[in-house]
Design a binder for this molecule. Structure first.
Ligand SMILES: *Cc1c(COP(=O)(O)O)cnc(C)c1O
Length: 400
């Protein structure tokens, strides 16, 4: 969170993004930017990454026509992009494989990451095991207590999980510790960031590793329907699955792009994570974007039933897409996400991650307003297995 040095001009999305980091990290970010540019231009890098995405992660993911959900809503034809079927259960593996391959290329054999709910920590620990890299994951002690199973998963995969006992003992404290580690060990260590956040080049690089989602989805919908969808819907935490499924459609002006933030319990500050309705310009984790904060500029507490959307800032490219009006942003409450989970489970036999359920909730609101020949494409960013603890508490099911 340290915000000392001036941002470089590179890596701006309009006024957003940039680099707000301590002086000591500027050289490391330059090195990363350079290495990434070289990797992007190297066909061998793409051959390796594509092979891993296919054989290890399970790409391409299907684009599935949800006929019963569509029929029950009585409007648009609904298609689901099934990122939930990937190895480790969510889209996060796309980015982790890309960055791990890059770290190896840079000769960095030590990986650090920070994690809130543990999903990014698990995906990071997974790729470190795959590449034989040392892995240290910072996690707030409060989060470790709440996400015991993911802590165990990371350790089983060979990662060291370092509990952070400062501050609120949650994600923002883990971010501070990870930053401190990186400053100290920058020569040997790659910081594997989990969303389209952080200082340049992270938001651009992480976006590129997730672009495969829309590259596939665009070809798949054209193959199945011979035309483009009316709208694409994705949940937005940091914004990586959303930018991944939006990106290749950005030039298709007739396609609406709809991001869904966490409406949480209420619109009161502290009870949600809807940055575009409740946030203001600010810096968090090295990047300038919309941030939920109090009058003094202190990072606000956030809440969402889905840990992956429970973050005070949003990727800077989304800030630009929001301002230009190219993408629209709305929110779904905890209650709407829980209802959407139940509805998708019972109409299609698919239990979405609670994050993805926010996108499904918007689909449930929008589909009945559209004509039967219109198409909605919903990104199912992950599967719900990880959420069974929360679901058993929040959704009381009785009888058959
Ligand atoms: C982490 C996570 C998210 C939120 O992250 P984005 O960067 O906004 O995509 C969404 N869905 C699932 C399943 C996740 O694990």
């Amino acid at each position: 969170m340290a915000t000392t040095a001036a941002p470089s001009v590179a890596g701006r999305f309009g006024p957003w993004g940039g680099r707000y980091v301590p002086e000591t990290l500027v050289a490391a970010l330059d090195e990363l930017e350079q290495a990434y540019a070289e990797a992007q231009a190297d066909p061998d890098f793409h051959v390796k990454l594509d092979a891993l995405l296919r054989d290890y992660a399970g790409r391409p993911t299907p684009l599935y026509h949800a006929a019963r959900l569509s029929e029950s809503l009585g409007g648009a034809r609904i298609y689901l992009k099934r990122e939930d079927l990937l190895h480790t259960g969510a889209h996060k593996i796309n980015n982790c494989l890309g960055q791990a391959l890059l770290a190896v290329r840079m000769g960095k054999r030590r990986i650090i990451a920070e994690t809130g709910a543990g999903q990014h920590g698990v995906a990071t620990a997974t790729v470190c095991a795959l590449f034989g890299l040392e892995c240290v994951v910072y996690m707030g002690e409060e989060d470790m207590r709440r996400q015991e199973l993911n802590v165990y998963r990371m350790r089983l995969l060979g990662a060291e999980v370092r509990g952070v006992s400062s501050g609120s003992r949650t994600l923002k404290d883990a971010i501070n510790e990870a930053m401190r580690d990186w400053v100290t060990n920058v020569r040997t260590t790659h910081y594997l960031l989990g969303s389209v956040l952080g200082a340049h080049p992270y938001p651009t690089m992480v976006r590129d590793f997730h672009r495969v989602i829309s590259r596939e989805a665009r070809a798949q919908i054209i193959e199945k329907e011979g035309r483009l969808p009316t709208a694409i819907i994705a949940c937005v935490g940091g914004g990586s699955n959303a930018i991944g499924v939006f990106y290749e459609f950005i030039p298709d002006k007739e396609v609406r792009l709809i991001g869904v933030e966490a409406g949480g319990r209420s619109p009161k500050l502290g009870e949600h994570a809807a940055r575009f309705s409740g946030g203001a310009p600010g810096v968090l984790q090295g990047t300038y974007s919309y941030v939920l904060q109090d009058e003094d500029g202190q990072i606000a507490l956030t809440h969402s039933v889905s840990a992956g959307l429970d973050y005070a800032s949003i990727g800077p490219e989304h800030a630009a897409l929001h301002d230009s009006g190219r993408a629209e942003y709305t929110s779904a409450t905890d209650a709407e996400a829980l209802d959407a989970t139940l509805r998708l489970a019972r109409t299609e036999g698919i239990i979405p991650a609670l994050e993805s359920a926010h996108a499904v909730a918007e689909c449930i609101r929008l589909a009945p307003k559209l004509k039967p020949q219109e198409i909605l494409l919903v990104n199912i960013s992950g599967r719900g297995d990880k959420d069974m603890g929360i679901l058993t508490r929040e959704l009381k099911l009785t009888g058959a």
